[in-house]
Design a protein around this ligand. Sequence first.
Ligand SMILES: C[S@@+](CC[C@H](N)C(=O)[O-])C[C@H]1O[C@@H](n2cnc3c(N)ncnc32)[C@H](O)[C@@H]1O
Length: 220
Amino acid sequence: MVVDFRIMSIGKFARKLLGSNFYKIAKYYKEFFFHIPSFVEILPKFPANTTILDVGGGDGEVLNYVLSGNPTLKAVLIDPNDNIGGMISTSNRKRVTLYPGYSMQKYKESNISKGYQFVLISDVLHHIPEKDRDRFINELLGLCLKDSTLIIKDIQPGYVKSWLSLFSDIFISGDKSTKLISMEEITKKIRNKYPKVQVTDTGLQKKTPPNYCLLFSNFK
Ligand SMILES: C[S@@+](CC[C@H](N)C(=O)[O-])C[C@H]1O[C@@H](n2cnc3c(N)ncnc32)[C@H](O)[C@@H]1O
């Protein structure tokens, strides 16, 4: 088999080659960069029977951990990709509604009822080309209701692992527009729109660097 890596990324090729085994390998690969159980530990306590909207949730691996740690939490996962939710366990699957092929705009304009209290965006922002980031963040903030808590998980630049993750996004996932965004930069962008927004650093960076997690609330 001849593969042209100018057309297909190494990541896409691995997905094709490994079939369902891809998810097992992807889990070990991801663990090197991000200890997801630490992320679940630092999250706020979700009140019973609340809903979280996962924007760009992808395979749903992160969401799956969050759901396992919060047995009454329900979730909505939206992603412009058509192939999503593959890492959500069978037991958690019934608490998740998947919207493949949904951008934030499409979801916002749809008639789907928006009964969520939390919005999660994990490792998506650094994939958005820099020139599109302000528009993207505006759309994201447009999904935050007055009482929502926005949970942003991303990767702080400046660590060896930050460079490795950037390298892997560019050369393994094949996403050439990847550029890390620091917690200071994202806070500044959100404060531009909501000067009174409350920002909480969860301390994730100390537990599993270079990952950070910020909580934003009070969208008034
Ligand atoms: C690295 S994956 C992160 C997946 C998941 N959130 C996680 O933390 O494992 C990036 C995801 O962002 C999604 N994405 C890319 N552009 C997007 C956009 N404009 N709006 C929403 N999601 C987007 C991709 O389809 C992909 O699933």
